[in-house]
Design a protein around this ligand. Structure first.
Ligand code: FAD
Ligand code: NA7
Length: 466
């Protein structure tokens, strides 16, 4: 009987799984019967952003945490698909840190050309899963959100690619209940225009805090204060930006910090990360993890230890993104089809422990980038995913982190070379700090496109950098 594969989620990870099977089919392999379920009305996951917060039109939790004015926070050359380059998709060179719409277009382009949309049922949410060990079958209950109709599907293999930046982690702080200003989690942040002229407090010290804080600065916030739990980010911040220790409590608009200082704020953004949450899975199949580079219980970061018919994609914290999901999807595909034979449970456990020990000993961010590069190397070596120079990408990550150290507002103006095509990115026509129109057209076609909508300052900046 043909193998039956179910894929939950059609974000970049689920799209990678579809592409992996399509690539095998093109190479002459018989591929399984595939069904993919996506709760939104389009694919792209986080990149398919929305103005909505809270619940969507069907009363489902809004998935995306992305916002207007989001530009790639790492060089595009670090996430490029090795089987579908930026050159192939866009036919022109451009800068290294494109806005969301450009990357959304890129990831969609590859799967649109692969004719895999037919496998995806959109507006369909995974509700419940059960596994029958006797028959080794999953029964997945899904709901068509447009009709409210549920259906059951039976699969031999199940791929969980629902992401892990959609369910916010929201801690409690004494007195926060009475804070009279704007109060939100990063998940519900959609744009920093509302913070112009405001004194803003960001709790957290990772990507969301840094980027939303600098978005607010870009949009004219009066001040930005970061509050860290473990360690400050330590960047050379612009004026009116400071880092403080953790908030101990609030009194009205006043936040008190552990170091005894205090400040008055108009708005608070909780940039306190996300929870791994898989409400459609029973607890014995559900990954419990913090946001780490190597979650335990997944062999090669992909295969569920106690049930090797279950696969997770993209469950790691991410230096690499799209190309890592590819490497994982190719690996998962080959395990599913038997091309890769799994070692014993004990050997798999020993392998997981080796990675966890190495993770625990990583001294700094540079070592983390090398760690994830080595992880990709293992996956890619095991499959026919087109290899690319992982050491060169690791160096790109290190260069990028160095640029952030020297200029947190200017690192997105730097350019990097593709390891896939050798193409050097071109300097963007507008410095990130002055770029207010994030559309694909304006990004690719330049300032002349929006003279009538851009501010005078923006146009002047564009002309002076030409
Ligand atoms: P997701 O993109 O989260 O996609 C998961 C999909 O599963 C979604 O389409 C969702 O609707 C669907 N789904 C969820 N639950 C169900 C269900 N029960 N039933 C059916 N479907 C379901 N990466 C970068 O490379 N560069 C960046 O600049 C960058 N910026 C980021 C900024 C933010 C604010 C966030 C949150 C992430 C950012 N990332 C960035 C990382 C991003 O997570 C990855 O690029 C990528 O989107 C992860 O893909 P995924 O498919 O694993 O998960
Ligand atoms: P991350 O990278 O998981 O970081 C979460 C941050 O939140 C981190 O600095 C944590 O501090 C902090 N945190 C968590 N819980 C608390 C509490 N209780 N109090 C104070 N601070 C806390 O999430 P991000 O949202 O920044 O990034 C996720 C993705 O979105 C990422 O891939 C980006 O590309 C965009 P810690 O250092 O653990 O003490």
């Amino acid at each position: 009987m043909t193998l039956r594969v179910g894929i939950i989620g059609a974000g970049p990870s689920g799209m990678a799984q579809l592409r992996a099977f399509e690539s095998a089919r093109k190479n002459g392999a018989d591929i399984p019967s595939i069904m993919c379920f996506e709760k939104q009305d389009d694919w792209g996951g986080q990149w398919n952003s929305s103005w909505r917060t809270g619940l969507d039109a069907y009363g489902e939790p809004v998935h995306t945490s992305m916002y207007r004015h989001l530009w790639s926070n790492g060089p595009k050359e670090c996430l490029e698909f090795s089987d579908y380059s930026f050159d192939e998709h866009f036919g022109q060179a451009f800068s290294s840190f494109p806005p969301r719409a450009v990357l959304f277009d890129y990831i969609k382009g590859r799967v649109e050309k692969s004719d895999v949309r037919k496998y995806v049922q959109f507006n369909t949410v995974a509700r419940h899963t059960s596994y029958n060990p006797a028959t080794e079958e999953f029964t997945l209950t899904v709901e068509d959100l447009t009709t409210g109709t549920t259906a059951e599907h039976v699969f031999d293999k199940l791929v969980v690619s629902t992401g892990h930046f959609a369910f916010p982690a929201v801690p409690e702080f004494e007195g926060i209940n009475s804070f009279p200003g704007d109060l939100l989690h990063a998940h519900d942040f959609r744009g920093a225009e509302r913070f112009a002229g405001k004194n803003l407090l960001m709790i957290g010290s990772s990507y969301s805090a840094e980027d939303i804080g600098m978005q607010a600065h870009k949009m004219g916030a009066a001040s930005v204060t970061f509050s860290y739990r473990t360690a400050p980010m330590g960047f050379d911040w612009p004026e009116n930006t400071v880092e403080r220790s953790l908030v101990t409590h609030f009194e009205g608009r006043t936040a008190h910090f552990l170091d005894g200082t205090k400040g008055e704020f108009d708005a608070v953004v909780l940039c306190t990360g996300y929870q791994h949450k898989y409400p459609f899975l029973p607890s014995d199949l559900s990954l419990k993890s913090k946001n780490v580079l190597y979650p335990g219980n997944l062999y090669k970061g992909v295969v569920w230890q106690q049930n090797t018919n279950l696969f997770y994609l993209g469950a790691q914290d991410q230096y690499y993104t799209f190309n890592m999901f590819d490497a994982q999807a190719w690996f998962a595909r080959d395990v599913m089809t038997g091309k890769i034979e799994l070692p014993s449970q004990q050997a798999r456990e020993a392998d997981i422990q080796l990675w966890l020990e190495r993770l625990a000993a990583l001294p700094d961010h540079n070592a983390e980038a090398d760690f994830q590069s080595d992880y990709l190397r293992e996956l890619i070596d095991a499959t026919d995913y087109p290899p690319f120079d992982l050491d060169a990408v690791s160096q790109l990550f290190k260069d990028w982190m160095g640029h952030k150290e020297s200029d947190i507002l200017g690192y997105r103006d730097m350019v990097h070379r593709s390891v896939v095509t050798g193409t050097m990115a071109t300097k963007h026509h507008t410095r990130w700090l002055n770029a207010m129109d994030d559309s694909l057209d304006r990004y690719l076609n330049g300032p002349s496109q929006d003279v009538d909508t851009g501010t005078l300052a923006t146009v002047t900046e564009e002309l002076s950098t030409k």
